[in-house]
Design a protein around this ligand. Structure first.
Ligand SMILES: Cc1cc2nc3c(=O)[nH]c(=O)nc-3n(C[C@H](O)[C@H](O)[C@H](O)COP(=O)(O)OP(=O)(O)OC[C@H]3O[C@@H](n4cnc5c(N)ncnc54)[C@H](O)[C@@H]3O)c2cc1C
Length: 412
């Protein structure tokens, strides 16, 4: 079967592609320099965050220009028309090089399948090549101060005026919005309809008059996300993806792919279990039977997440329904991340929490960051609700706001 995910020996076709990837990387990328295993990727000043974003976006452009981006997307949309193994081989080879598509790869993972499923052919022809090349970098403008877990309760209002919608409202927690030139925006177009049925999914040019992006500064000094204010922003009706008032459908496609990306990507930054083992060596804890048991568990979890992620992403790239609900992967990866942070502290003890060296810095980053993926892309509780209803077929949570007009739903 030409679409196998895991093969030990390349077929002639795969070997030919691998050689092409090797030649592309050798000509366009630098080999990864040996860096400390304790390095953490946090940009605490705006200039270095911007430089990193620009660098990752430029790499995506280089891939696109050499027909190495969107490997599973149709050729006529700028992709390569390949299958899951093309992605696998590319990733296997690229891992030795100092390259990343950073945030742009997250939006390709979220928005790409959504455009392929819900956009018109004209919209696909315009947006997909620009998405794959990084020419358009999209942020996600979903959450609002009063609509996070209850996303369908969102209040950002869009009123139709001829061929345009006029949008006024506020979004929050929008990752990388300060660097992006486009946004995937959810707006309320029919306040009289029940909350899930009056939402529209629309693409907005972030340079439009009336948009203000305010970075939020975190405790560590970084600004990974933003508040976005929209005041009478004019957006062409032609930018609607899917049906007007039917935006909940493409929004769910984005959210499902986001869960898959976050869950599958949680091991992409490198092996945390390898660091935990080294940490145990440094602190003389490798003989402790409880620590040994936890280390083995960390290794096993990492392997499980990798295998689940590969199976889900292979299906997503084939534009098929994943064999595992992405919510299950995200939940498992989130709980694993929390256990990794806790284990790092259990091994390093107070020295890990108060020390100023790079090893202690890694421990502190793991501890402080252990809950981020448990919230972004839908909290663990929301994923559990999704799994209960979608995968296990359990009764839905009792709700009293699904059939009444959105404007009558109490809000704070
Ligand atoms: C790192 C990160 C990146 C993000 N990036 C983006 C982005 O790019 N774009 C964007 O639009 N948003 C983004 N978000 C926002 C994210 O989607 C929301 O924070 C998330 O959906 C939770 O919403 P909330 O913060 O309003 O919490 P709330 O919804 O207020 O939840 C508070 C608590 O109540 C629990 N809860 C709520 N409802 C239920 C329920 N029905 N059953 C059980 N428990 C419940 C939640 O699980 C949580 O513990 C990001 C968040 C993070 C942390």
């Amino acid at each position: 079967m030409s679409d196998e995910i895991t093969t030990t020996v390349d077929t002639p076709e795969q070997a030919e592609f691998r050689a092409e990837v090797q030649a592309f990387l050798a000509a366009n990328a630098e080999l990864r320099k040996p860096v400390s295993r304790w390095t953490t990727l946090t940009h605490t000043d705006a200039a270095s965050a911007q430089a990193w974003f620009d660098r990752t976006r430029a790499w995506q452009r280089t891939r696109f220009d050499h027909r190495m981006a969107g490997l599973t997307y149709p050729v006529e949309l700028g992709g390569r028309g390949g299958t899951a193994w093309h992605e696998r081989i590319f990733n296997e080879e690229a891992v030795r090089y100092d390259v990343s598509s950073g945030f742009v790869s997250a939006t390709i993972a979220m928005l790409g399948p959504t455009l392929m499923k819900h956009a018109t052919p004209d919209q696909q022809a315009h947006y997909v090549p620009r998405l794959l090349s990084g020419e358009y970098a999209f942020c996600q403008l979903f959450s609002e101060p009063g609509a996070g877990s209850d996303l369908a309760g969102l209040a950002c209002r869009a009123v139709r005026d001829g061929d345009e919608f006029v949008v006024t409202g506020q979004k929050v927690w929008n990752s990388a919005a300060q660097f992006c030139d486009w946004g995937m925006l959810l707006v309320r177009t029919d306040p009289e309809a029940p909350k899930h049925r009056g939402i529209t999914f629309i693409l907005v040019d972030m340079a439009s008059p009336g948009i203000e992006v305010r970075p939020l500064v975190q405790a560590n000094g970084a600004s990974e996300f933003n508040e976005v204010f929209l005041h009478e922003v004019r957006v062409p009706v032609a930018n609607v993806i899917g049906e007007i008032d039917g935006g909940w459908v493409p929004a769910r496609t984005v959210l499902s792919n986001e869960a898959a990306f976050i869950g599958g990507g949680s091991t992409a930054a490198g092996s945390k279990s390898a660091n935990l083992i080294e940490l145990a060596r440094i602190h003389g804890r490798t003989g402790d039977p409880v620590v040994r048991q936890e280390l083995a568990d960390a290794v096993i979890r990492e392997r499980i997440i990798g295998a689940m992620g590969e199976r889900i992403m292979a299906a997503v790239r084939r534009r098929e329904v994943p064999p595992i609900d992405p919510a299950a992967l995200k939940l498992f990866a989130c709980e694993s991340r929390v256990r990794t942070g806790n284990l790092a502290v259990a091994i390093a003890g107070p020295a890990g929490l108060v020390g100023g060296d790079e090893v202690a810095n890694w421990v502190q980053t793991e501890v402080v960051g252990r809950y981020t993926i448990s919230i972004g892309g839908g909290t663990n509780e929301v994923q559990k609700n999704n799994l209960a209803e979608r995968a296990l077929g359990l009764p839905r949570e009792p709700r009293n706001d699904h059939e009444i007009p959105w404007r009558d739903v109490p809000r704070n």
